[in-house]
Design a protein around this ligand. Sequence first.
Ligand code: SAM
Length: 228
Amino acid sequence: KLSKRLERVASFVPKDAVVADIGSDHAYLPAWLYLNNKITRAIAGEVVEGPFNSAKSLVASLGLEDKISVRLADGLEVLSKEDNVTAITICGMGGSLIRDILSRGKHKGHLVGTERLILQPNVGEPTLRRWLQQEGYEILLEDILEEDQKIYEIIVAEKTGNKTDYDDKTLFFGPFLLKNHDEIFIKKWQYQLEKYHYILSSMEQATHVEPNKLIEVKEKISWIEEVM
Ligand code: SAM
C-alpha cells in the first residue's frame, strides 16, 4: 500500500506513461504505478547505494525487472534518449534540490522538455515554481494534502508553450492553491504565520539584524495575513 502522499502523486501520472522516478528510494511509486496498470514501464533513479539496493530488491521480489529499471546515478543522469520518458516524478525532497536536479538535467540534455513533471517538494516550493516559470513551464495544477500531521504540496507542470507571469506573492503560495484556498491550505498558512511571527519577535530582540531579512519576514507576514 502506498502512502496517501504518493498515491496522490500517482493520480497525476498520465495513463500509459513511461515514468522516471528520481530519488525513488524503495521504488514504491513506480512499482505501484505498474501494478495498477497506470504505466507501461519505469526507471527508478537513486544516487545513494542503500536506497538503490532497496529499490532493486523490491523490484526483484515483484518480478518486475523488465518493467522497472533501477539505476544508480545523480538526478536525471540515469536517463538516456532511448528511454523516451514521458513523465518525471521527483518527490520527498526540498524544492531547491528538485530545481537543481531539473536544471542540471536540462543543461546535460537529459531533460528534453516534452515530459510532464510531477513534483512534490517538502519545502522551498516558491523556488521551484520560480524556476519552472523562468524555464517556460506552465503549472497545470497543484494539490495540497495532509498525512501524519504533515502538509505536502504537489506541482504538475509541462512546457505547453503558454508563458505565465506570476508575481512573487503568487509564486509563494502557488497559483492554484491560492485560488482554491481550501482547508488544508489555510491550516498550513496559519501555522506558517505563527512561525513567521516567532521569527520576527526573535529578530526584534536580537542586537544585530540584517535590514533586508527583517523586511522580508514582514512582507511574508503581510502576504499571509492578506490571504487568510
Ligand atoms: N521519492 C521517495 C518518496 O517521496 O517517498 C523518497 C524520498 S527520500 C526522502 C529522497 C530520496 O532522494 C533519497 O532516497 C535520496 O537518496 C534521493 N536523492 C537525493 N538526491 C538525489 C539525486 N541528486 N539524485 C537521485 N536521487 C537523489
